[in-house]
Design a protein around this ligand. Structure first.
Ligand code: IVH
Length: 741
């Protein structure tokens, strides 16, 4: 073999290896080739192609990086039109049943038509096939249910297994050629793999010997039709979207005038796909799901024969396309309804946006018989979920005051139904954030509400801004109590300095004090606290315990029975623990976990109140900021008085002997146990370690302090060695516990 042939062979081998690695990495999410090795092979292929341009084939992974810059996007006529799906008007879960009934009704009407010989040009003269007959006899219809991906439709054309063209949907008849951008999507195969992954693996030469996809001479792997159009959705994952916006924000901060943030993943994906410069498209990581076929070689000419849509999805997967793992076969309306609910429950946790689900009749014969109305198939329907984004206008920007005095700008919105509820408020977080988005009174904004997440203003529509608006600024004094507003060095938040003098802070402080993980005062909620503070019944925390039946019953909407219930709850709350009490005080930076650490370390409230910042900082997980905050809180005479009054009112707990973590030999250390120790059981070893202050973890990381390894230790031991984590045996453990390691 001459040198030329050798080089050509090597190039083919590299293309195949790299394409296979891309499939494993992007589609199967199971990379087998280390990144560095991928890079090395990639550079080798680039070098070969630079020297022998004739070897640069369209399926070469080097063509993914985005070199092409076009003047315009060329029109592409779709041989098989790209249809849209009808949206079910019944958005309730019952919409699935409505669709199912419509399919049945249509089949019944077709049956009547053939029986009455009403067939004319528009109607069938063929009797309905066995699948339809079964349905007419009452059998449930088999469907495939899939997510409705929120991206843009794409048609990918493969000739002899090689991607030759990618086109947008356009008007369904004619789209645009966006091949240069689509090549940059890692999940889209440039050349198709063998029919099934198992078969592909079985056909593999031994590892390292190179893997030739297809056969020499450019033949396609078996099972892939010579002409194949794959239809699917190009979309952008939420994390890729967030990352892109983060990069854009950094660029904007660095003064890059061309940088801008994007509104949502769908628009970003659509914009990327229609770029003229492929390098710009490559910057925005896009993804793909295949969900159907376009033009395909007929079975008579060597194409595969499919009976069901499900089989089509399986084939797509076997050819190397990403197919959603959520897609499912469903029998009858009831299983469609279950799918609708199941996917709805997962919607917010999915890594990508969906706007609903799609139901498709599984049998391709039935699909043909059902046909189309105008441009929409009768055999499919889109069943949407409530939109998570809507447009509305900003009527005002209020500033709310939180428990710690933090001021939060909140956009008051014209009521809008989004994410299944009517939204009238959306937080703008802080001044910086409000200005970054440049939200102004009068603006038209995109509001997003996903699941239980609090509604958010995503962006402003700048060209809808009315004249004469002003940029948002924080007030200089608290809108509730008038105290000065400050912003501490290096912090994004503005704060009211009024403390408990500020009614807003007082209300929040009371609600926090009463909350379940604090004093757990049942029945002391929003409305009641509002009345108590506004009516000046409660001015401080101890006032809560001074209320009587008479003053409570005098309040609006407070029957004697509920007043008595509240008094009982207050009484019960007095029997508490030191950590709950500490948490309830609402000291800045002292959350539930820190309160527990402090209580355990100091044992008594007096010891804690008198501790210096230095002593406080000795508590595990307490840093200088927290220590300073706790010290400052108790240095304030007013706060000490509140504590004393609460104690005088009967709030009590049992004070334990202090167990300062710092004196425990293994405080702050993380230990992992693996294998069988000669004398100690795993539980015993764990108990000893925990008693010595160590945390016992399940997996090894760089942060692991020690790995204790017994007999038959497995991968944890390997990992410890790889990371250089000290490994001890049982004797070593005993020494460690004795403080000797
Ligand atoms: S099938 C004839 N399946 O929704 C049916 N479409 O109006 C052709 N879409 O433009 C489409 N997820 O971009 C199908 N699982 C899915 C889909 C899906 C999203 C989009 C598609 C199309 C629109 C239909």
């Amino acid at each position: 073999m001459n040198n030329e042939a050798n080089v050509s062979r090597r190039a083919a081998e590299l293309r195949a290896r790299l394409n296979r690695a891309a499939h494993q990495y992007y589609t199967l999410d199971a990379p087998e080739l280390p990144d560095a090795e991928y890079d090395r092979l990639f550079r080798e292929l680039q070098a070969i192609e630079a020297e022998h341009p004739a070897l640069r084939t369209p399926d070469s992974p080097t063509q993914r990086v985005g070199g092409a810059v076009l003047d315009t996007l060329a029109p592409v006529r779709h041989a098989v039109p790209m249809l849209s799906i009808r949206t079910e008007t019944d958005t309730s879960p019952q919409g699935a049943a409505t669709f199912d009934q419509r399919v049945r009704d249509y089949l019944a009407s077709e049956q009547r038509r053939t029986l009455l010989k009403l067939d004319d040009e528009r109607h069938r003269s063929q009797p309905l096939g066995p699948a339809a007959q079964a349905v007419l006899a009452g059998a449930p219809i088999d469907y495939v249910a899939e997510p409705k991906f929120d991206g843009l439709a794409m048609s990918l054309r493969y000739e002899h297994g090689v991607l030759v063209q990618a086109a947008t949907r356009g008007d369904g008849e004619t789209g645009e050629d966006v091949t240069h951008n689509i090549r940059t999507i890692g999940q889209i195969p440039l050349r198709l793999v063998a029919p099934t992954l198992a078969a592909a693996r079985a056909a593999l030469p031994p590892e390292g010997a190179g893997f030739a996809l297809g056969r020499p001479g450019g033949e396609t792997a078996a099972g892939v039709p010579p002409l194949l159009e794959v239809r699917g959705e190009v979309y952008m994952r939420r994390d890729d979207f967030e990352r892109l916006n983060e990069v854009m924000r950094q660029r904007m901060a660095a003064g890059d005038k061309a940088a801008k943030t994007f509104v949502n993943p769908r628009n970003t994906a659509a914009g990327a796909v229609r770029q003229l410069d492929a390098a710009l498209a490559a910057e925005r990581r896009l993804s793909f799901f295949a969900y159907g076929l376009g033009e395909v070689t007929a079975p008579a000419d060597g194409g595969p024969r499919f009976d069901t849509h499900w089989a089509v999805l399986q084939a797509l997967k076997s050819w190397g396309f990403p197919v959603s793992a959520l897609a499912r076969q469903a029998r009858g309306a009831s299983e469609l309804i279950a799918f609708h609910a199941d996917v709805a429950a997962q919607r917010d946790a999915l890594p990508f946006d969906i706007d609903g689900v799609v139901y498709k009749v599984d049998s391709l014969e039935l699909q043909r018989e059902l046909g189309f109305v105008t441009r929409e198939p009768r055999w499919a329907v889109a069943h949407k979920y409530p939109a998570q984004e809507e447009l509305t206008t900003v009527q005002a920007i209020d500033v709310q005051v939180g428990r710690t005095g933090k001021l939060t700008p909140v956009a008051k919105l014209a009521p809008v139904f989004v994410g299944g509820v009517t939204v009238t408020n959306a937080t703008l977080h802080n001044e910086l954030e409000a200005r970054r988005k440049d939200v102004r009174v009068g603006d038209t904004v995109v509001v997003r509400r996903a699941g239980d997440v609090i509604p958010e203003v995503v962006s402003v529509l700048p060209d809808q801004r009315p004249p004469g608006t002003a940029e948002f600024t924080m007030p200089a004094s608290c809108p509730v109590c008038g105290s000065a507003v400050v912003r501490e060095e290096g912090e994004a938040d503005h704060r009211c300095t009024g403390g408990l003098f500020c009614p807003a802070q007082r209300k929040q402080a009371l609600l926090h004090f009463a909350s379940r993980k604090a004093m757990d005062i049942e029945g002391l909620g929003d409305k009641l606290v509002e009345q108590l503070v506004d009516g000046n019944v409660v001015r401080s925390l101890p006032d809560l315990y001074r209320m009587g039946l008479v003053s409570l019953s005098a309040l609006d909407r407070m029957a004697e029975k509920s007043a008595q219930n509240l008094l009982d709850a207050l009484k019960r709350s007095k029997d508490t623990t030191l950590s709950r009490f500490l948490f309830a005080l609402g000291i800045r930076h002292v959350g539930e976990a820190t309160a527990k650490d402090l209580a355990r370390h100091f044992g008594t409230l007096d010891a804690l109140m008198d501790a210096t910042p230095k002593q406080l900082a000795q508590v595990s997980d307490v840093g200088p900021v927290v220590a300073e905050s706790v010290h400052a809180f108790f240095a304030e005479p007013h706060n000490r008085e509140v504590v004393e009054q609460l104690r005088a009112a009967g709030v009590h707990w049992s004070e334990a002997a202090p167990t300062p973590g710092a004196t425990l030999p293994l405080a702050g250390q993380t230990v992992v146990l693996t294998g069988t120790l000669p004398t100690l059981t795993r539980e015993q070893a764990q108990a000893l370690l925990e008693a010595a202050g160590a945390k016992v973890a399940g997996s090894v990381s760089k942060k692991t302090s020690y790995v204790i390894a017994g007999a038959e230790a497995g991968s944890k031991l390997d990992k410890a060695r790889a990371l250089g984590v000290p490994v001890l045996d049982e004797a070593g453990l005993q020494a460690l516990l004795a403080g000797g390691a």
